[in-house]
Ligand binder design. Structure first.
Ligand code: PLP
Length: 376
């Protein structure tokens, strides 16, 4: 058995059509999109075609899509400049957001007067949307920043409800849609929002390229100055190889959406069926996306070695822990859903490249590293 990659929520491999497209662009379309000559115009056209692909997939206007280096960059800019430019006085978020949101909010709490409020979450990772509704009854100018799909436990947020609540109360909805793009329904006409952001490497595109949607009614200033690229929203020569690769990756993901989803659902179900062979297993989260399966293993004297043992068995999964000051502890998400610190969580995340045989191989290994159920 080859190495088995079960960490697709972290990053995904490039697919051949993306590599082919990027090869052509690297070789033939080296012009700078800001130049007015033939080569420049060609590069510009490729960028605008890619923008159209992304805009159409979201039901957005072409003028509402901007390219940037990553979702982290987009989220930093949106949260920071919504305060400066849109008069946001309060940001409501959840403690389960990605660090690129939480750490930006930590920083903003230090350097601005903005009120940062975190919604309550329960032990399944449900965010309290009744609390959100209650908080929004006052008339404080508010931005609500909530993620579509949690990258650690896979919980899917009811973005329609959040969007409705925000619309009724005049709040700005900013959605971290990184894990949902090309997997779940996402259309800004059906689900109005002020901002969203995506990242190519989560859907088999290249790393270091992402995009954001900014609704035409809520224009903010850029984070960087020094060039008129991206209609003055993101200075710096465009990453045309990344942009074109991302657009092809998105096209393919949408074309094969149902086929990939069915395959991934079957993998998830197979693993869940087989996990019952192990003793004292808990699946973290609720209403999860099928490509993420966060499994909590019992506390044993070998639990801490689980990730290491999987790794030496040539299985790449993700540990639900973070390391600070040399001490490993549960991630902020697991801590907030009350995951017992003595247990060990591993996130298995699938793609259409994985097979049932790979899941069976993982299960055979897991049976060696963690207690197996003893039938009565
Ligand atoms: N938000 C979520 C939910 C993510 O999973 C990630 C990446 O893991 C990010 C944001 C950050 O994206 P990027 O790597 O493009 O900065």
């Amino acid at each position: 058995m080859q190495h088995i990659y079960l960490d697709h929520a972290s990053t995904t491999p490039l697919i051949q059509p993306v590599i082919d497209e990027m090869n052509v662009v690297m070789r033939e379309h080296f012009g700078n999109a800001s130049s007015i000559h033939h080569h420049g115009r060609q590069a510009k056209m490729l960028i605008e075609n890619a923008r159209k692909t992304i805009a159409q997939s979201l039901g957005a206007s072409i003028g509402e899509i901007f390219f940037c280096s990553s979702a982290t960059e987009a989220h930093n800019m949106i949260l920071t400049n919504a305060i400066n430019d849109l008069g946001v006085q309060r940001i409501i978020s959840s403690p389960l957001e990605h660090h690129c949101i939480i750490h930006t909010l930590d920083h903003l709490a230090e350097v601005t007067d903005v009120d940062i409020v975190y919604l309550n979450v329960d032990n399944e990772g449900n965010v309290d949307l009744n609390q959100l509704e209650n908080l929004l009854v006052d008339d404080q100018k508010t931005l609500v920043s909530l993620m579509y799909v949690n990258n650690e436990i896979g919980n899917i947020l009811d973005i329609n409800r959040v969007s409705e609540i925000c619309t009724v109360h005049g709040a700005l909805f900013h959605c971290d849609t990184v894990q949902g793009i090309a997997k779940l329904p996402l259309n800004v006409n059906d689900t109005p929002m002020a901002f969203l952001a995506g990242s190519a490497h989560k859907f088999n595109g290249p790393k270091g390229i992402g995009f954001f949607y900014m609704n035409g009614d809520n224009i903010i200033s850029p984070m960087m100055y020094g060039g008129a690229q991206e209609r003055n929203m993101r200075a710096g020569t465009e990453n045309i190889i990344g942009i074109t690769g991302m657009a092809v990756a998105l096209e393919k993901a949408l074309e094969e959406k149902e086929e990939r989803a069915n395959h991934i659902k079957a993998l998830n179900q197979h693993m869940r069926n087989r996990l019952v062979e192990l003793d004292d297993i808990v699946i973290n989260g609720v209403n999860q996306i099928d490509n993420i399966l966060s499994v909590s293993f019992p506390a044993t004297d070998r639990a801490d070695m689980l990730m290491f043992n999987l790794d030496i068995s040539r299985i790449s999964a993700s540990s639900g822990s973070a390391c600070s000051s040399g001490i490993e502890h549960d991630s902020h998400v697991l801590q907030h859903i009350g995951h017992p610190a003595e247990r060990k969580t591993i996130r298995f995340s699938f793609s259409h490249f994985n097979t049932i045989e790979e899941i069976d191989f993982v299960m055979e290994k897991l049976k060696k590293f963690t207690p197996v159920k003893i039938e009565a």
